[in-house]
Design a binder for this molecule. Structure first.
Ligand code: 13P
Length: 254
């Protein structure tokens, strides 16, 4: 299978500029000295660190991404950041629809669909996040929930546009809680996502799609998760803030 293995560190609202530069320097050295194979490592810091980190990472294989982006190209949207601005920093990826954005900032599938389109138009790659809540898991409606998130958020894209998409499955109940989905439970959802994509686009596109798992991934559980057939890497929160833990997770993605 030719699809890319990816490990992305979502730093959320952590790290000042100075701290970001220090952590990046540490991770850059470890990636250079210890990481073999072709896993794509992505660092996703707060906006203010993107440009500085891009300079620090020149000549390195590590990519950087933003945590959010507006759907309009510019305008009177105080406090927002556009895809063009993100692109100008040297970033190449953008997280879209993280559950914290959906939950605390009321982002809807419709807005996320618009953001995804804009990001792709600017030549950036969206990492589109989906996942069910604890209640939806208990009610056993999680298949439907994820199907809706994917259908409404992504299926307006044509085949060419969709080929730059990465999907991250992050069950909300596993984020920052220390509870991880079992490799089998995660695999079930990843397989479902790939099937949805195969049915809507085609097998080839589905086969090339990288689907990342996120939610309390740690050095201790990463290898088992990444060994599953449809899990192509991870989106890491807490453990991505420690260089040693993060690099060990990156190594597990081979
Ligand atoms: P944790 O790894 O801290 O559970 O966070 C996962 C996440 O939300 C990554 O985007």
């Amino acid at each position: 299978m030719s699809r890319k293995k990816i490990v992305a560190g979502n730093w959320k609202m952590h790290k000042t500029l100075e701290e970001s530069m220090a952590l990046t320097t540490e991770i850059r050295g470890m990636v250079r000295d210890e990481l073999r194979g072709d896993t794509q490592v992505i660092l996703i810091p707060p906006f203010i660190s993107l440009a500085g980190m891009a300079r620090l990472l020149e000549g390195s294989a590590i990519a950087i991404g933003a945590q959010n982006c507006h759907w309009e190209d510019q305008g009177a949207y105080t406090g927002e950041i556009s895809a063009g601005m993100i692109k100008s920093t040297g970033a190449t990826y953008v997280l879209i629809g993280h559950s914290e954005r959906r939950m605390y900032f009321g982002e809807t599938n419709e807005q996320l669909a618009a953001k995804t389109k804009t990001v792709i138009r600017h030549g950036l790659k969206p990492i589109f996040c989906v996942g069910e809540s604890q209640q939806e898991r208990e009610d056993k409606t999680y298949f439907k929930v994820i199907e809706k998130q994917i259908t409404e958020g992504l299926f307006h894209l044509d085949r060419k546009e969709f080929s730059s998409v990465v999907i991250a499955y992050e069950p909300v109940w596993a984020i920052g809680t220390g509870l991880t989905a079992s490799p089998e439970d995660a695999q079930e959802i990843h397989h479902l996502i790939r099937k949805l994509v195969a049915n809507y686009y085609n097998e080839e596109i589905a086969d090339a799609l990288s689907i990342l798992y996120g939610g309390s991934v740690k050095p201790e559980n990463a290898a088992q998760l990444f060994a599953m057939a449809d899990i192509d890497g991870g989106l890491i929160g807490g453990a991505s803030l420690k260089a040693r833990d993060f690099i060990e997770i990156c190594k597990a993605a081979r």
